[in-house]
Design a protein around this ligand. Structure first.
Ligand code: NAD
Length: 396
């Protein structure tokens, strides 16, 4: 079939197998162009490895550090006449290239929140790796079935305590409008913390430790976001921000646990920059901020996507003998370039001036859309998008 993008709101319901593989290849090429990373992990588990930061972490670990990787993700598989999701094809693209390079790569498609997934992965580590020395926790999910109670918790992206009004953009139609979001209820806050907080990360580490498959001195890292004040009511101080506070609290407990096993063990939160991902495109207001940010950072030569961020995290913070450069709260900051005062001052000046009419002039909405489509394998150089494409690719 000839596969074209079909965008519905903030998702694209189609994805291009060869395009996704080319997107992965671009990221591999980038990591290789930066040279190998010394002191890196040998055996890595990435939870949430098929798209966004998790995929880029896996690529940085494999092609920067020469690591063997296991990836856990939740994607719709392709069928004979039905497309899979982008993360399905990304994972196939990654695995083919990793194995070609002589690196072990194994995939688990299913619910990372479940006890079954944890025991399947642990068994595979025992069988194939012995132990792991890096666990990347990069899940972004709208819901979680609790493994003990069976309750389905749904996360919401809402302010806490106050009604929030701000401008937002319909990125597909290019319409800037005012959005008003009522505050979350106590139940919605608790549900969001249950989905995006630290409980599942801690369960993973406890399960891995209990099974004796964490290497001495293992590192684990989970990702967070802070961003500028203009987004705080919906992000940092909203339901998702409270979930991230819970993630940080879990980080402190996990860190103590890992250090109890071995003095070099460590659990870290890395605060990453805002960028186009399947998760971030669903957050109100944030895509408009990202479009402004991309304009400013591209103009001053500091623009980064997922792979640039993750390559820098591995090479300039976690490994290579680098200093973690922790902030006052003990977090790794790889959002440093986004948060530079001159970038934020310029962004704050543009923000109130953006309208539907001047959107293309004042922001990088065009670049946003390109990045968005790229996540689904569209717009990659060297791909013939008029050619017939085979939708079904079995997982490797
Ligand atoms: P993403 O949507 O691109 O990736 C999410 C991953 O989680 C995918 O691999 C998906 O398959 C997997 N997943 C979702 N539910 C699952 C389940 N039940 N079982 C197994 N796998 C599941 O998201 P992203 O933007 O890369 O976000 C990853 C992390 O980075 C999140 O913690 C997010 O808050 C954080 N972060 C994102 C941004 C941003 O701007 N995108 C900025 C800073 C931090």
């Amino acid at each position: 079939m000839v596969i074209k993008p079909r965008v519905r709101g903030f998702v694209c319901v189609t994805s291009h197998p060869e395009g996704c593989a080319a997107h992965v290849q671009q990221q591999i090429d980038y990591v290789k162009s930066k040279g190998s990373i010394s002191g890196g992990p040998k055996n890595v588990l990435v939870i949430g490895s098929s798209t966004g930061f998790g995929l880029s972490s896996r690529i940085a670990a494999a092609f920067g550090c020469g690591a063997n990787t296991m990836g856990v993700f939740f994607e719709r598989p392709s069928e004979e006449d039905r497309l899979g999701t982008a993360g399905w094809y990304n994972s196939i693209g990654f695995t083919a290239k990793a194995r070609e390079a002589g690196l072990y790569a194994r995939n688990f498609n299913g619910d990372a929140f479940s006890n079954e997934m944890k025991s399947d992965v642990i068994q595979a580590i025992k069988d194939d790796m012995g132990s792991i020395d890096l666990v990347v926790y990069s899940l972004a999910s709208p819901r979680r079935t609790h493994p003990d109670t069976g309750t389905v918790h749904k996360s919401v992206l809402k302010p806490v305590g106050t009604t929030y009004s701000n401008r937002t953009v319909d990125t597909d139609r290019g319409i800037v409008s005012e959005i008003t979001i009522d505050p979350a209820s106590e139940a919605e806050i608790a549900d969001t913390v249950a989905v995006m907080g630290g409980d599942d990360w801690e369960r993973w580490i406890n399960a891995l430790d209990g099974a004796g498959v964490l290497a001495p001195g293992a590192t684990t890292v989970a990702y967070s976001y802070i961003g500028p004040e203009v987004t705080w009511d919906i992000y940092k101080n909203g339901t998702i921000g409270l979930a991230k506070n819970d993630l940080e609290a879990a980080c402190a407990r996990i860190d103590a646990k890992l250090k109890g096993i071995d003095a070099n063990g460590r659990a870290l939160i890395s605060v990453n920059k805002a960028l186009v991902s399947q998760a971030s495109s669903a957050i109100p207001v944030v895509p408009l901020y990202i479009s402004i940010l991309y304009k400013i950072m591209k103009a001053n030569g500091t623009h980064e996507g997922c792979i640039e961020q993750m390559q820098r995290l591995f090479a300039e913070r976690l490994y290579n003998g680098a200093d973690l450069q922790l902030d006052e709260a003990g977090r790794v900051r790889i959002d440093d370039l986004e948060m530079k005062p001159e970038v934020q001052t310029e962004g704050a000046a543009i923000w109130p001036r953006v309208t539907t009419e001047n959107l293309e002039e004042l922001t990088d909405i065009v670049g946003y859309r390109e990045e968005f489509l790229k996540m689904f394998g569209f717009g990659l150089p060297g791909i013939d998008y008029e050619a017939d494409s085979e939708p079904h690719h079995p997982m490797l």
